[in-house]
Unconditional design. Structure first.
Length: 161
């Protein structure tokens, strides 16, 4: 299947965008469905490093083990799920604009189904097409100095996890 590709321009230098957008420990700050991220080991995350992401998908929290597959600062980063019935791959490509004062960020999402995950692919792709652009706008808002807050959980005064 074709990847889901989105592009957004951010008024920050590529180094700044790369440092923030590719740090898994910051994902919950801008990705609307991320509840928590844990690195699998100490130290900087590089190719082969693993991290666990807890995402709220369809109202249910799912834990995904991911591995970083590419790190090329400040232009390219990729990671991929390595287990489960639906495995996602995400790539971020950053181009310098206006002499390096701004960035064009391109996100590509791919999904593979395994076993019972195959029939879930259309639903997962539809949810990603709808939700991912919200996360990209959140990233832009944060990096450009606008505050973004996760929406409240329905029926409570607590932020969504």
């Amino acid at each position: 299947m074709e990847p889901i590709v989105s592009t957004i321009d951010i008024a920050r230098a590529p180094d700044d965008v790369f440092r923030f957008a590719t740090d898994p420990t910051r994902f919950a700050e801008w990705q609307h469905d991320v509840v928590q991220v844990r690195a699998a080991g100490p130290g900087p995350l590089d190719v082969g490093s693993r991290f666990t992401t807890v995402r709220r998908i369809g109202g249910v929290e799912r834990t995904l083990l991911q591995e970083i597959t590419e790190v090329s600062p400040p232009t390219r980063w990729s990671a991929r799920s390595i287990e489960g019935p639906v495995r996602a791959g995400a790539s971020i490509t950053i181009e310098a604009l206006d002499g390096g004062s701004r960035s064009r960020v391109t996100f590509a999402l791919e999904f593979d189904g395994h076993g019972i995950g195959v029939p879930l692919l259309p639903l997962i792709r539809r949810q990603a097409r709808k939700g991912a652009p919200k996360s990209y706008q959140n990233l832009k808002d944060l990096l450009e100095g606008r505050r973004w807050r996760k929406p409240r959980q329905p029926g409570t005064s607590q932020p969504a996890r």
